[in-house]
Design a protein around this ligand. Structure first.
Ligand SMILES: Nc1ncnc2c1ncn2[C@@H]1O[C@H](COP(=O)(O)OP(=O)(O)O)[C@@H](O)[C@H]1O
Ligand SMILES: [Mg+2]
Length: 245
């Protein structure tokens, strides 16, 4: 058994700040002297998240990827377009092998937790036996199934903007239904001085409905750059970050 700290970063949608938060977190661990890496097991479309993650972390944090597809769509769709097969076993073994070499392994998910990765009809039978399937959409293996099979605690990144209550509550309740270990949610793009009642109240309302903690409000950055992200990572209190390890 390896004692690496492991985390899965998912979101309420694509484009909510998963890469940004993964980079902030990785830099916080790095700044504490930990050996940390990021895995983006599947990416679709371009620009590639692996390039973005390298840029946002100032090339200080290694990142790893198993599958890259050019069509910006759910992996099940993108892989089919290229006549490729996605092996869940390969993804899991690639990620688990990182636990041997790093103190912290941060996995950035793909879109949200109900995104289909592959059809499981053709996958080896033990994957089905070992997982908690059948899921409600039983012939498809979802991001939530991967989180469950990895057995990694999960953090959900959400937006502070109008629509977030619906997206966040649905995501958190689906995660509960899948019996995931939810550490909490993070609001990305929070403006402390905003007078918008939606922004001001959304973290508390999500917590009130779901009984899940808001772990962090990531401020709005003017530019997605290593400098701005490193600054945020340095401002994170150790207590905040240690909840996640
Ligand atoms: N804290 C933030 N400050 C400013 N922009 C943000 C923030 N969080 C998310 N965004 C916006 O969301 C976009 C997508 O962020 P990204 O981390 O790539 O999302 P994901 O990985 O979930 O697809 C960014 O390019 C940026 O415009
Ligand atoms: Mg991303």
């Amino acid at each position: 058994m390896f004692s690496a700290s492991t985390l899965f970063i998912t979101g309420t949608d694509t484009g909510v700040g998963k890469s940004l938060f993964s980079a902030i977190l990785a830099l916080s661990f790095f700044n504490q002297g930990k050996k940390v890496c990021i895995s983006k097991p599947i990416q679709t479309g371009s620009p590639k998240d692996t390039d973005l993650l390298a840029e946002l972390t100032g090339n200080k944090i290694p990142n790893f990827n198993t599958y890259s597809f050019s069509l910006p769509a759910a992996p099940v769709v993108s892989a089919k377009q290229e006549n490729k097969e996605i092996s869940i076993e390969k993804i899991i073994s690639d990620i688990k092998s990182l636990e041997e070499k790093y103190d912290c392994v941060i996995v950035e998910g793909i879109g949200g937790i109900a995104v289909p990765i592959t059809e499981i009809r053709d996958q080896r039978s033990e994957i089905r036996e070992n997982s908690h399937l059948p899921s409600p959409i039983s012939h498809l293996y979802l991001v939530a199934d991967l989180i469950k099979d990895l057995n990694y605690p999960v953090v959900i990144v959400a937006s502070p903007l109008l629509g977030t209550l619906n997206h966040s509550v649905l995501t958190i309740e689906f995660a509960k239904q899948k019996r995931l270990n939810i550490l909490g949610f993070v609001i990305s793009g929070y403006n402390e001085v905003s007078s918008d009642p939606v922004i001001k109240t959304s973290p508390d309302v999500i917590s009130e409905i779901t009984k899940i903690k808001c772990l962090m409000k990531v401020p709005m950055v003017k530019k997605m750059s290593f400098e701005s992200i490193n600054l945020i990572s340095k401002s994170i209190a150790f207590e905040e970050i240690n909840v996640l390890t």
